[in-house]
Design a protein around this ligand. Structure first.
Ligand SMILES: Nc1ncnc2c1ncn2[C@@H]1O[C@H](COP(=O)(O)OP(=O)(O)OP(=O)(O)O)[C@@H](O)[C@H]1O
Length: 247
């Protein structure tokens, strides 16, 4: 992937959506508590990595703070604004790419049109995610890593102030993982606030400015990365980092 400067995708942004404040957040499914009264304040820019064992509630937390679903109880505020009021100023990328059965370029065009953004941005977005040479190819023919880069391109085409990423590199090869991490880092450097769910310890250490550790629907730790990784305070976090089963 070439390193170029793109006027729109590379533009520095200043968001007024921070801090994120979560109070008493509760989510249940059929009477089962999935998130159990979470309190969380994220004030800093950079990358907040959300970690924790399978089923600890990471994906549900991302969906709630993005305003995609409503909690059973509690409050979410992005600098005082309700999550549902600012969804369009954010982008969420899931683990599994969800692409239109059209060309790579048409997948970007679709988003630009929906957001009434200049179509000319498409080429710079595709360059940015290293897919310019595949613009006319059907999106369904992309490899897993390429498809995920297209998903990131679609997300960036909306010029999000907050990027929410749910295991964006699961099952990708090391080169694809690094390509995606470079895109994430560039967004972060431009002032996009990043929330990243990952089980990849190397990735978490490479990208995290701070870590939120979830366990059984509760936040056990919220700490700067340079404190969390060398010295997690709780046993479940220590076990998780050491690869022991803590579910
Ligand atoms: N639609 C649903 N109906 C019932 N339970 C659900 C539903 N979606 C999620 N859950 C439950 O909510 C809990 C939290 O799920 P979530 O996907 O947030 O976990 P996670 O921490 O992201 O896990 P993983 O690391 O495996 O992706 C799990 O116990 C899951 O089974």
């Amino acid at each position: 992937m070439r390193d170029l400067t793109f006027p729109d995708v590379a533009q520095r942004i200043e968001t007024d959506l921070m801090p994120l404040q979560v109070e008493g957040l509760r989510l249940t499914f059929d009477g089962k508590t999935v998130l159990d009264g979470l309190d969380l304040t994220v004030s800093d820019m950079g990358c907040t990595v959300i970690m924790g064992p399978n089923g600890s509630g990471k994906s549900q937390l991302l969906k709630l703070i993005h305003g995609l679903k409503r909690p059973d109880a509690g409050r979410i505020a992005w600098n005082g604004r309700a999550a549902t009021a600012v969804t369009a100023r954010q982008a969420l990328v899931f683990q599994k790419p969800v692409l239109l059965r059209r060309s790579v370029a048409a997948n970007i065009d679709f988003v630009l049109k929906a957001r009434r953004r200049d179509r000319s941005l498409r080429d710079s977005v595709l360059e940015h995610v290293g897919l310019a040479d595949k613009a006319r190819q059907p999106a369904r023919q992309l490899s897993g890593g390429e498809a995920q880069r297209l998903m990131l391109g679609r997300a960036l085409a909306t010029e999000p102030e907050v990027l929410l990423l749910d295991e964006p590199t699961a099952s990708l090869d090391p080169a694809s993982v690094l390509a995606i991490e470079r895109i994430i880092l560039r967004a972060r450097e431009r002032g996009v606030k990043v929330f990243l769910v990952t089980h990849d310890m190397g990735q978490a250490r490479r990208l995290a400015d701070e870590v939120v550790f979830l366990h059984r629907g509760r936040i056990l730790e919220h700490a700067p990365a340079d404190e969390f990784f060398p010295e997690p305070e709780t046993q479940p976090a220590r076990d998780y980092l050491n690869g022991r089963i803590v579910v």
